[in-house]
Design a protein around this ligand. Structure first.
Ligand code: SF4
Length: 728
């Protein structure tokens, strides 16, 4: 094993500035010892607070960020461990043995099944340097595009939507727009619980400016909807109807920006033609809302010079996720509300570095610098940049997350390498997912924690360093890149993820392509791959990031002009020139296809799933934090009183929920916060944390045809009483 930078010294500083490793808001954190002396070795003695100098959160922090230190030393995977088959116990092995086993297996699979039988499934928890080395190993060294990440389940519809409408990925807005907008239109996002610091900032502006309007579109009356000026609890799956209905009213009322449309867009007449099908009486009826509320939403849009749309998984996790994103952007193109302060279509990313993954080629259709594997020029540019032979990068997009599962089912996947994610809880259709994982001939599971629900499906466990134990960068939703420096020794033999990928690559003979001895060397190479792209980061360096986070685009030439100050561009497309062939943004008209799995007599309820304020994903970290466990002690199913009465169930009673794929049990929470006919369950409880309470046992994998993101947000279910009662 080559020793690189994982062998850091414990810091002698009394405080460290870094980034919260949970959500895509990307709050700066400050880690301090109790006494002001050097940080103690034991993380349970650290205090964590918001970094007042970080531009994204200016000192604010939610419960997850504030308690991060409490999760670091619990249930850590300390050594590589191996077993020949899933029915055997794990035995400790050396790194040398572990890495040789991986290399032997890669060679074997390459020889017997071909390189496209090798798959890696990564995570938005990875730092950009990890992402860059992993996808370079797969795409540039081995020659397969089978590197996907759990961001596929989170925001790939936002990527596809931006690409199709604007010509490139990349949220065009920034958090300052939260302070400046006249009207915030939140659709498919429970921002108060899932992106709390973004919401705090928006709410502060909302309270201070009596004229500002807050519209929330959500079938649930969430904490976000609770404070809205207008809550539209639309029927699940009717988002596109609503968006087209608002566009119809704006167009009919003359509240559109003719000059912007004429000078800066394509395809407006096709969109206007589509709108003829969306008169308000029809839309209100489809969406299940009063017509007056629909008209009020259009009125708020039309009266506001600066409209900011925010969305997250409620839009993206859909079999028509890309079409929903296009329909949101259509509204901004219709009203010219893009590329200006307080305006624009702003997707909120779920994970801390989903953005960095997008920038560095972290999905199976992407290459670094917002390039596509399907574009011959992009492949050529990256091949030349890496110095690999022409044709090394495959023209075929690799397997997506769900296609990896299908490949296991058909024995087309011979090696699966899972990194920093927990698919045995987070994938849709869990019974099918688990069965496929059981078939895997060789699964490597690289993570900081053990056990997780996925370790039982692994042959080889690799201990990974995590937050505070490795150096790297992350990009948040507003394009700020923050340096997360290592300040703590990893436990046991844990190593940085990128080190493991690079070590395997070098053992396979790719020494020249993966020469990296530290994270900074990777970053230096990576930023050059973004040169002259929308996400240009050539002006960002570790040297600068040590002083403050930097927002892209930031080219080397702009940083020469402004060496250390505010030298980047807060908003994209301020000149209304878009990275499309003719420089204009595209109207993309869509009719809705509705839900992939509508209700019927056998399955008469729509289940929607989501996150809670305190927990993070599958509880790998937050499940071990006392304060958060008390906040959210157990799973539940929200149901409207009318439906509860019909089924004869009462508050706290345990019910069984069935879908066509599986079943789960939850105590019910009878509440008017959920619309009749819809039920809600949180997604955080896997088999380690509760019996039969996995929301994804019920969900399906039918995906958006453009983004290939599964429709995790809605499936048809049946609910039945079970024969004993519990109290919540
Ligand atoms: Fe961390 Fe997100 Fe909370 Fe900020 S809002 S502290 S990034 S979990």
């Amino acid at each position: 094993m080559t020793s690189t930078e994982t062998s850091i010294e414990t810091t002698t500083k009394s405080s460290i500035k870094t980034l919260c490793p949970y959500c895509g808001v990307g709050c700066g954190l400050e880690v301090l010892g109790e006494t002001g002396d050097a940080l103690p070795a034991n993380s349970s003695n650290w205090k964590v607070r918001g970094d007042r100098t970080h531009p994204s959160n200016v000192g604010m922090v939610c419960v997850k960020g504030a308690t991060i230190a409490e999760s670091l030393d619990k249930n850590r995977l300390l050594y590589p461990m191996f077993r020949e088959s899933l029915d055997q116990p794990f035995q400790r092995v050396s790194w040398e043995e572990a890495l040789e086993k991986i290399c032997d297996r890669i060679r074997l699979v390459q020889q017997e099944q071909g390189v496209d039988s090798i798959c890696m499934y990564g995570s938005g928890q990875l730092q950009t340097e990890d992402y860059y080395v992993a996808q370079k190993l797969l795409k540039g060294c081995l020659g397969t595009n089978n590197f996907d990440s759990n961001s596929r389940l989170c925001m790939s519809s936002a990527v596809s939507g931006y690409l199709r409408s604007l010509g490139s990925d990349g949220p065009p807005c920034c958090y300052e727009d939260l302070d400046l907008t006249d009207c915030a239109f939140l659709i498919g996002t429970n921002t108060a619980d899932c992106h709390p610091i973004v919401f705090n900032r928006l709410r502060k502006h909302h309270k201070q400016d009596a004229q500002m309007k807050l519209i929330v579109v959500d079938p649930r009356r969430t904490a976000t909807a609770e404070v809205a000026d207008l809550h539209l609890p639309i029927n699940p799956g009717t988002d596109i109807d609503l968006l087209n209905g608002i566009a119809y009213l704006l167009w009919q009322g003359g509240k559109i920006d003719q000059e912007f449309i004429a000078s800066h867009t394509n395809n407006s007449s096709a969109f206007i033609e589509l709108l003829q099908h969306y008169p308000p009486e029809k839309v209100a009826q489809i969406c299940g809302i009063p017509q007056a509320d629909l008209e009020l939403a259009a009125q708020y849009w039309g009266e506001s010079a600066r409209v900011l749309s925010l969305w997250s998984m409620g839009v993206n996790q859909s079999s028509e996720g890309t079409a929903k994103v296009n329909s949101i952007i259509n509204l901004h193109l219709l009203t010219g509300t893009i590329g200006k302060p307080g305006c624009g279509p702003f997707s909120l990313t779920g994970q801390p570095n989903a953005m960095g993954g997008r920038e560095s080629g972290g999905l199976s259709k992407l290459l670094p610098g917002y390039r596509l594997v399907s574009d011959p020029q992009h492949r050529q540019e990256v091949e030349e940049f890496w110095g690999v032979p022409a044709g090394r990068i495959s023209a075929q997009p690799g397997r997506t997350a769900w296609e990896i599962i299908m490949g296991l089912e058909t024995d087309e996947v011979g090696l699966l390498w899972i990194v920093a994610t927990n698919p045995a809880v987070s994938m849709p259709d869990l019974a099918r997912t688990k069965k496929a994982l059981e078939r895997s001939p060789f699964t490597i599971y690289q993570d900081a924690y053990h056990p997780t629900e996925t370790t039982q499906y692994a042959h080889l466990l690799l201990p990974a360093a995590q937050w505070g134990e490795k150096t790297g960068t992350m990009t948040n939703s507003e394009r700020y890149v923050t340096l997360c420096a290592a300040f703590q020794q990893p436990p046991g033999e844990a190593r940085a993820d990128w080190e493991i990928f690079a070590d395997v690559g070098r053992r396979l003979g790719f020494t020249e392509l993966l020469p990296f001895q530290n994270a900074e060397a990777i970053h230096t190479e990576y930023v050059q791959s973004t040169k002259d792209r929308v996400c240009d980061q050539t002006g960002i360096s570790y040297e600068k990031l040590k002083i403050s986070p930097r927002q892209w685009p930031l080219s080397a030439s702009s940083s020469l002009r402004y060496p250390l100050g505010k030298d980047s561009q807060a908003r994209l497309y301020t000149d209304w020139k878009f990275p499309t062939p003719n420089g204009r943004a595209n109207f993309i008209p869509h009719h809705s296809r509705g839900l992939a799995e509508p209700i019927d007599g056998d399955y008469p309820f729509i289940l929607t799933v989501g996150r809670l304020y305190g927990h993070w994903h599958t509880q790998t970290r937050t499940g071990r934090i006392e304060k958060i466990r008390k906040m959210h002690p157990e799973p539940f199913l929200e149901i409207h009183p009318r439906d509860a009465e019909k089924l004869g169930i009462v508050q706290g009673e345990l019910v069984e929920v069935y879908s066509r794929r599986g079943r789960a049990q939850f105590p019910v929470l009878v509440t008017r916060a959920i619309a009749p006919g819809t039920v809600f369950a949180p997604l955080h409880w896997g088999s380690l944390w509760a019996d039969n309470a996995e929301a994804n046992a019920l969900t399906h994998a039918i995906s958006c045809p453009d983004s290939l993101q599964p429709e995790l947000k809605a499936c048809a279910v049946q609910i039945k009483k079970v024969d004993f009662e519990r109290v919540l």
